[in-house]
Design a protein around this ligand. Structure first.
Ligand code: SAM
Length: 209
């Protein structure tokens, strides 16, 4: 765990993120929980906690500067990624974590309880039929689906003036062509990961635009 802590701290420094000891402990406990539950629940193909520091924690936190507004929904959160690391770092924002797989939402709910995260709500269901009392300032996804489908499936949840953020491993050239010119592609460097990642940002117009 010491190696994980050092690797995490070096990555946080690189991302210019200052966290309290309690927040850092929560992040490390989170990958400990994934590791423990992975055996029974098959939550992620990454089996090594040191690799999880870069591929799960730092990968999620590298997009934190682009998460705007008070209300955030992580769609297709799986084991809670990127939602849980983001929620640990931003207790001032509220996070809704949605997934259609009940095994995964059960794990995420357990993680929220064990990490005592008061700013996270976990929901089980398909995004197409998901409704909420309010719309969201940021809709975020990681490894969810292609951009045209994502826009169709999530559009009803984005507040006017809000943003859709899609975290992608590779530059999605064809998908970008399919949705036309309204997306911004932000290159993302993740500490400890060689390949550059992409964040696709699509702004929803305000009502007056
Ligand atoms: C490839 S996994 C990515 C999980 C996580 N975001 C990550 O990056 O590790 C995609 C997730 O989307 C969920 N999913 C697929 N279709 C969905 C839908 N229509 N509504 C909600 N969740 C869905 C799956 O259950 C799965 O957990």
């Amino acid at each position: 765990m010491d190696t994980c802590r050092k690797r995490l701290q070096a990555g946080l420094d690189e991302l210019n993120l200052t966290l309290s000891d309690e927040q850092t402990d929560r992040l490390l406990r989170f990958i400990g929980l994934i590791d423990k539950w992975n055996k029974a629940f098959n939550l992620t193909s990454i089996r090594d906690q040191e690799a999880m520091v870069s591929l799960h924690l730092l990968d999620s936190l590298a997009v934190l500067p682009y998460v705007t507004g008070q209300t955030v929904i992580d769609i297709g959160t799986g084991a809670g990624l990127p939602g849980i690391p983001l929620a640990v770092c931003r207790p001032d924002k509220t996070f809704t974590l949605l997934d259609s797989n009940s095994k995964k939402t059960r794990f995420v709910q357990q993680a929220v309880l064990e990490l005592k995260l008061a700013n996270v709500q976990v929901c089980h269901g398909r995004v197409e039929s998901f409704t909420s009392e309010h719309l969201f300032d940021t809709v975020i996804t990681r490894a969810f689906t292609n951009l045209p489908d994502m826009l169709k499936m999530t559009g009803h949840l984005i507040a006017p003036g809000g943003v859709l953020l899609a975290m992608k491993g590779q530059y999605p050239e064809q998908e970008l062509q399919q949705i036309g010119g309204d997306a911004t592609v932000i290159p993302i460097r993740v500490p400890g990961i060689e390949a550059q990642r992409c964040l696709i940002q699509i702004n929803k117009p305000t009502q007056r635009e």
